[in-house]
Structures are given as C-alpha cells and as structure tokens.
Design a protein around this ligand. Sequence first.
Ligand code: GLV
Length: 334
Amino acid sequence: MSKPKVFVTRLILDSGLRLVQDFCDVDLWADELPPPREALLKRVRGVDGLLCLLTDQIDAEVMDAAGPQLKVISNHAVGYDNINVAEATARCIPVGNTPGILTDATADLTFALLLAAARRVVEAERFVRQGKWKTWGPALLLGMDVSGATLGIVGYGRIGQAVARRAVGFGMRILYYDPAAVPPASLPAQPVDFETLLRESDFVSLHTPLTSQTYHLINADSLALMKPTAVLINTARGPVVDPQALYMALKTRRIFAAALDVTDPEPLPMDSPLLELDNLIILPHIASASRSSREQMSRMAAENLLAGLRGERLPNCVNPEVYEKLKVTRASNA
Ligand code: GLV
C-alpha cells in the first residue's frame, strides 16, 4: 500500500520527524526560512496531511491548493491563529496543536523577562560591555521590585496559571482578567475587570490567544491606564499589542519598561523604532525553546498528523466539532 503524502514546512526535531518519515512519504522544506507563499501553494498540492509551523498562513487558498484529499493539518505550536480553523472545520479537516508541554517553558521565560525588565538586566549587561562601568553607584541602574508587587495576568489559561504559580514564590499579589477562565481553587489569584487590572498592576503579563477580540488589546488607551512604574510582558502573540502605542508609552516613560518575546511583525525589521528604546527587551519568539519542550512539540505534532492520516481522532484537536460533522456526513452517505 502506498504511504500517505505529507508536506512538512520546516525541519522539526528528530523526535517527531522520524515518526512522520517512518509512516509517510515526506516532502520536507529543509530551508532555514519558511516556504514562501508560492512554494507553499505548490508543495501542498495533492498531500494527505500538512505539518506546519506558526510562520505558515494556512487559509482557504492553501486548502484549495492541497485538494479535497487533505485529511489533517497539524500545527507545531499551541497557538493556531495562523490557521483558518473555521475554513478547515467547514471542510471537515481536523486541526491539531501542541498544548500543555510548553506551558512551563513559556511561564519560565515570562518570569525571566519580568525579572530582566524590572531589574534592567539587559541594559546593565550592555552598560558593562560598552565600558561604562566606572564604579559602584547608589543610583546606578535602579529598577523595580518584584517581590511583593502586583502581577496582572491577562488570559488565565494553562500558561497564565503557570505564571501565577511562579508569582506565589515571589510573594506577589495576583490579579487576572479572563472572562472564560476556570481558575484552580489552589491559587490565590483574584479575578478583576480589565481596567482594574491595568490600574492596579505593577506587572501586566499577556497570555491570551490572538483573536479579533484581543487584537491591539494593549493600545494607547490601555497603556494610559497603567502605572508609570509598570512593566508590560508579552509572551503571547505580537498583534495583541499595538506597537506604535507601545513605542510612545516607553519613549515618553508613560510606563517603566516592557519585554516582548513576540512582535508584530515577526521578525521585527531592523529599522523598527522599538529597537531604539533602552527600556524594552525583545526576544525572537523563543518562549517554548527549551530542548525538551521542542522535542515534545515535534512528537505531539507528528502524533496529531499520523492520527489524522489514519482517520483516528487527533490526540490534541482544536476543532473537535469536525468529528460530529463527519459522523453526520457518514450517516447520510450510508
Ligand atoms: C508558540 O508561540 C506556540 O504557540 O507554540
């Protein structure tokens, strides 16, 4: 029997790639950069499965280019704003993602950014390398306290709660805003409305998916509500923050500092005015980049892909309603 055909849009870690190669006829895009749009449209033609990254826009055009035999789309990420899930659902194509396994890595990096921005770690390191360190100084590179401060978490899902668990160790007061949250009773976190969170928090940390409701959630109006001593951390998705508004807020010291693992666009162009700011830390979207998390993501993305190809339920499916639709379609065809 011939193997199912799949397109894998980048070299993923061996733990998942080997599984896919054992079971499938794999077309692998092995470049360092993602496939350009034309190449993506060409290479998906006739595939049974697609294993893609958050850098690939998977929309109706890509699904049309692939053809009606496309059985599964597996995203190597927990976020799936790069995929038109409604379109996949309409075509009964299950979409997989990789939740859970990157929660701790992402929460750890959030805390690394929070501490680094509060205590000006990156700026201080630059100061040393630039030969500016002349002596110990009473007012040299003063930052903000983390211990005992108020942390406002926007989006209180798995990652938001993992950040809260870390904050408990720092004796922080924890607020969260998430109308859809099912909070665990074990964490001393208080639900508040968005404005209260912005007004009362010393640190505002974003952990919400990117949707039409969260696009530019942090804008000039929300930044205006924050304390002048506040720090903003974004390890969610770049477009949740309006970059122009953030630039103005940091430049005019409306807020103390910010730290971003994600930007809009990605990568951030080298002429972005954000890169001029001393009170901003920017990382290249590495929150889940611990070896073990990325190995597990690779494996989970492969397992989702293989399950879809076998016609089995994906272990992690973002649109499980496709299974109801498939049942109805099968029953009406019987
Ligand atoms: C990373 O940003 C992810 O969504 O996995």
